[in-house]
Design a protein around this ligand. Structure first.
Ligand code: CP
Ligand code: NVA
Length: 289
């Protein structure tokens, strides 16, 4: 049985196989390969893309979904995580969890007898990284020779992006203010000046400066990240064909200007759509023998 907790749990060839599966299913979106399968979705944090793309992915592949807010089931409060894991394993065929602590996911995984998918934790967001890679491959029509510049907070999205770049042999340059560097053992370029960082990049990638659960730090973060805003001046420091990506939701005129979001360089909605197709690849892969 396979889980999907972190990109680093998989080899490069596995990651490529999941992406190839996603591309294949994208071409034939309605199938019955998950017929009679039920996905349980557990959310400790809000979500639009992750929730809707998983629900629609299951429906389009012939399966169904049970969606739960963590406070309804009292994850780790009303009932121990390890008990909920074993109970849900008896009802559904696969579960996705969006949680704060990565340790909750790991404990759920340890006791589950069904595949567990990480729908975002404070440490990583692997499903997002899969959709990002799919978007880049489609945009540039190649699997190699890609350079991504991630500008902003060294957060969960940044860490999974570093991990998928390592898996695919892509170059990644990270540019963050001091104190916000990603905690990641994998190699990545670090360039403090965002204008320097984006110079030779194919993609400029941003995420919010204040992630879910960090709201109390908003004021300080707005100050610290101000020089790291993605605006047209920063886009012009890159090549003319460089595209802008963002996992969304975006805080317009904070980490990215409205002008940049709406510019022809922005491919954020293709990227959002690809959450659906990437998720299908992941789901189909986890049910493969
Ligand atoms: N990018 C992403 O995970 O979006 P949601 O928080 O809306 O699911
Ligand atoms: N870094 C953001 C990503 C949201 C999809 C957060 O964790 O809130």
């Amino acid at each position: 049985m396979k889980h999907f907790i972190d990109i680093t749990d998989y080899s490069s060839s596995d990651i490529k196989a999941i992406l190839e599966l996603a591309i294949e299913i994208k071409a034939t979106p309605f199938q019955d390969r998950l017929k009679n399968k039920t996905l349980g979705l557990i959310f400790e944090k809000p979500s639009t893309r992750t929730r809707v793309s998983f629900e629609v992915a299951m429906m389009q592949l012939g399966g169904q979904v049970v969606s739960l807010q963590a406070n309804e089931i009292g994850l780790g409060k009303r009932e121990a995580v390890k008990d909920i894991s074993r109970v849900l394993s008896r009802y559904v065929d696969i579960v996705m969890i969006r949680t704060f602590e990565h340790a909750v996911l790991k404990e759920f995984e340890e006791y589950a007898t069904i595949p567990v998918i990480n729908g975002l934790s404070d440490v990583s967001h692997p499903c997002q990284a899969m959709a990002d890679a799919l978007t880049v491959i489609e945009q540039f029509k190649r699997w190699d020779n890609i350079h991504i510049a991630y500008v902003g907070d060294g957060n969960n999205v940044c860490i999974s992006l570093i991990e998928i770049c390592a898996a695919l042999g892509w170059e990644i340059t990270v540019s963050t203010p001091k104190g916000y560097e990603p905690t990641c053992d994998l190699p990545f370029n670090f360039v403090k000046d965002p204008h320097e960082a984006v110079k030779s990049a194919d993609v400029i990638y941003a995420d919010v400066w204040t992630s879910m659960g960090q709201e109390e730090e908003t004021k300080q973060r707005l100050k610290d990240f101000a020089p790291y805003q993605i605006n047209m001046a920063l886009m012009h420091s890159a090549k003319p064909e460089t595209v802008f990506m963002h996992c969304l939701p975006a805080h317009r005129d904070e980490e990215v200007t409205d002008e940049c979001m709406e510019s022809p360089s922005s491919i954020v909605f293709d990227q959002a759509e690809n959450r659906l197709h990437a998720q299908k690849g992941i789901l189909a892969y986890l049910f493969q023998d």
